[in-house]
Design a protein. Sequence first.
Length: 393
Amino acid sequence: MRFQRFLLAGMLTTVLPLCAQNVTAAKPPMGWNSWNHFAGKVTDADVRGAADSLVSTGMRDAGYIYVNIDDTWQGKRDANGVIHSNEKFPNMKALADYVHSKGLKLGIYSSPGPQTCARYEGSEGHEAQDAKTYAEWGIDFLKYDMCSFGPEKEKYQAEHPNDPDAGKNFMIAAYKKMGDALKATGRPIVYSLCQYGVDDVWKWGPSVGASMWRTTDDITDDYGRMALIGFSQDGLARFAGPGHWNDPDMLEVGNGKMTSEEYRMHMTLWSMLASPLLAGNDLTKMSDVDKSILMNKDVIAIDQDALGKGATRLYPSGDFDVWSRPLTGGRVAVAIFNRAWGERHIPFNPADAGFKTGATIRDVWHGQDLGRKNGKFFSTVPKHGVALLILSK
Ligand code: GAL
């Protein structure tokens, strides 16, 4: 009896702290999402193809386990209000079973408003019912996109002119309604808020049960847009951590409109920020370079580091930008980004990252140990490229 009590106490001390945080996303979620490449055309076959490719390319084993269907899967509600998928997705439960059989998880998409961004059925007024349907299908991830709720929020604000927070609180309540509904299903479902970072979502996201929240408007497969979004994230790291993450939107690596250096910068910046890593390319047609960028183990390890502390800007210096984040074991990751239109030789001193007596340095993308550096040294960084270093004592 005493032993049993001892065992129970032991179990509780392990389980309780885990329950206190959202264990569905103890680390930034990794996977794939249909939107950036397939947009409104995505079908059941595309999703199965993505699942197959996650396995055959080695991406699943590198950590990419969520297969997320974005907008345009929804059909009509039946007489009881139950949502059904449309003809592009003939059997959602069968699709979930298929994805699960590959050791992967399935994600889906909806809106707190009456319609999604692509004008498909939203969840307003059906939150508990939809959450239950998702759980029955075997869904593991929900992206909840504000879209048509935006005008409702504005209308509500206009009706309450004396309360400057009325619209914000109205929106928070709508996101909480779905967060509570997901929790009530008893199924662990990653809850991903998509409302483009309005009203400082990072301050209230955890209170509605969110595992992650978009901090910006949409990314596109464009260097300028990627850099604008990524480098605007300074100051947000302190709001994220194990269980709840800042999300500067999905990856564009492999979609073809940036150079390899730019995609390397994109992957580095997102990993430095401890962002969710949701690939957005056609996984059935990946070049070896795309694979090497998305599957670099050391870069992924930075993103997934157990401390969960995203990067802050160490200093901007004209054409280049230096960010750092603490890692487990007293190590520090430093990314030296070259935002100039040509190659640059960029100086860096380990003392600037707290290593006053020098540091042992690993160059992550080149997979090289650079030995010990005490004092200023230079990295040669190509146009729109990055030197990613791990410093240790
Ligand atoms: C946008 C969202 C995109 C995508 C799209 C679907 O609002 O930011 O990531 O989900 O809607 O319609």
